[in-house]
Structures are given as C-alpha cells and as structure tokens.
Write a protein that binds this ligand. Sequence first.
Ligand code: MG
Length: 384
Amino acid sequence: MKKRIAILGSTGSIGTQTLEVIEQNSDKFEVEVLTANNNVDLLIRQAKKYQPNVVVIANSDKYKYVSEALEKEPIKIYAGSDAINQVVQMDTVDLVLTAMVGYSGLIPTYNAINAGKNIALANKETLVVAGEIITKIAHEKKVEILPVDSEHSAIFQCLVGEFMNPVEKLYLTCSGGPFRGMSENELKNVTVENALAHPNWEMGNKITIDSATLMNKGFEMIEAHWLFGLSSSKIEVIVHPESIIHSLVQFEDGSIKAQMGLPDMKLPIQYAIGFPYRLKNDFPRFNFLDYPTLNFEPPNTKIFRNLALSFEALDYGGNKPCVLNAANEVVVDAFLGKKIGFLQMSEIIEKALQKVEFIEKPGLDDLIQTNAEAKRVTELLIEG
Ligand code: MG
C-alpha cells in the first residue's frame, strides 16, 4: 500500500522538494492533496503532473482560475482555509505534511491531529504558538509528529533506539546566517537583499529573514522543547557555520550523538515521510576532504536579540510565545517591505511582548485572539 500524502503549502520550498522526493519514490508514496496560498500557476502544473484527488487554493478569489485550468482533470477543487481544515481529515489521507508559512499552519495541523492523521511537521510556528495544546492532543490521539526541520530531524534520528535513555542536553546547531559576526553598527545598514542571501540553505523569504535575525533558531528551540519534552535549560544553541552537523544529543553518560550530512532539505523530508525506513537515493554525498575543519562558536544574543527573547518567552510561558510569533510575522513583513530596518525588528517584538495581555493557560480560542491582538499592537508600534 502506498502512503497517501496531503501536502499543505505545496508551492513553497519544502512543498516542491517534498514532491521531488515523492516522485523519486513513486512506488511508496502518492499525492492525495495539494494546497497553496496564492501561487496558482505552479499549483496547476503540480496538479496536472501529480494527479492528486483534491486541490485547495486558499485564496478564494483564485478558485475560478484554478478550476477552469483543471477542468479536464479528475481532480476535486476547493477554495478557502475552511476547505484546508476539512480535507486534512479525509479518510484517504495517511500523512499530512505541513509546510505552510507561519501561523496559518496552526488550525489545519490541529484538525489533522484531531482526525488521527500522522504529521510531518515543517511548520514550526504551530508548536511555537500552541505547543502545549498540539502535543497534548497528539498524545491523546496517538498521532506521530515527525519533524521535517533539519535540526529536529537530526535529534530525532539520534534518539532512535534510545527511548530508555534520558537526554542530558540537546545542541541545536545554527549556521549564524548571513550576518554572523557583524557589529550592531554594521547591522544598522544591512538591506533586505543582504538578508535574503543565506550562505548555506535555499529557503522561502520568511524563514530566510528569520535565519538572519536568529528568530528561526529561537523558534527551533521552542519547537525542540515541545517535540522532545525538555526544559529550555537543557537546550543549547551552538553556531556552526558549515551546516554539516545538523544537531546533537548528549546522554547522561556524556556521550554525544550527532547527525551529519550536506545541507539539503530533501534528506529530512524523506526521513519524515519514509520513517522508520531510510530510503535509498542518489543525492550528493558528503566528502570529509571538502570540509577539513568544522567550526563552532557561541551565538551573540546581545546583538541578535531574538534568540534571547525566545528563551524568555518560553520560560514565561502562556501566550507569550504566541505573541512572539505574531509580532515576528508583522515585523518580517515590514522589513521585507522596507518599512523598518534590521535591528528594529527585535526592538518592536520586545515592546509587543510587554504590551499584549498575558494569559497563563490559553486555550486555542485565546491563542487565536492573542495572535490577532499581537499583530494589531505590532502594526501600531511600526507606525510609531
Ligand atoms: Mg531548521
């Protein structure tokens, strides 16, 4: 039986690479659902090629265009975010790969878990915003959350066969992004174009900016906390500019396991959708002689404030990480739109964290409200 996969966010960087992995393993996987936000032309091409049963375009204004283009295909076409929430629950879906951008991944992921679907999680914001709720319901429904994020995939791979052995510490590796080593003064003048030029990874715009500000690493620390059930004091971020070691686990005997490989998202994608099997492939192999030295250094949290803010938000708890995420989405958009500078992003997030009302034990509805309120507050702070 082939594993039938719903890909939420099929036109993004993770979505397109997932389709490549599926194509190379067409005896094991088939595409059941494709969803996209706005990129209709690519969605239509993907639908014609991969012949899913269902396609959803989130932007309802584009429904007519998509349905006309796919008129002759035996594919059901729906529009709107409610449709995404429904199709993830279909009986014919075995695994939901969540690769939407930001907060938009939360409710579909929640619905998929509630319907008992295993998740290949590429949308880390879901766990940043609602880690407690998501991990609790996944436990109740006996649903597996398989990490697609390369660092968490690395940790997950290191933990296979170690379920009886407590973890002493996780080391999350971090490339440091394009601005590693820069002073505050230098960072004042960096441009959007500079920030979008990541040294090692090819990714979408939002996560590339998050990597440059280290917010991505802050989110990944929160993601690791929920996925692996460890307090923030047991999670350490270490800058490793070559991005060859994808993360490490230290056990109680002091032994450390690392997972290594070339920086290529297709590997963690393949591991997540193929788990527990390692599937043979012809991806380029790592050559030690190309990397005679691997380097490590501490992150500079005085200059890259987002990482410190993430630790603070997680330790404070409640709806703080939700505020952190919402404020970040707004400032990243404003930076991409050249309304604010690079360093202003952290300054504004810090103010938003103080301004939005604290809720100690938020339910899903509280988080939906917090997200909206934090976005409103952040927009006001940007306007000054
Ligand atoms: Mg990552």
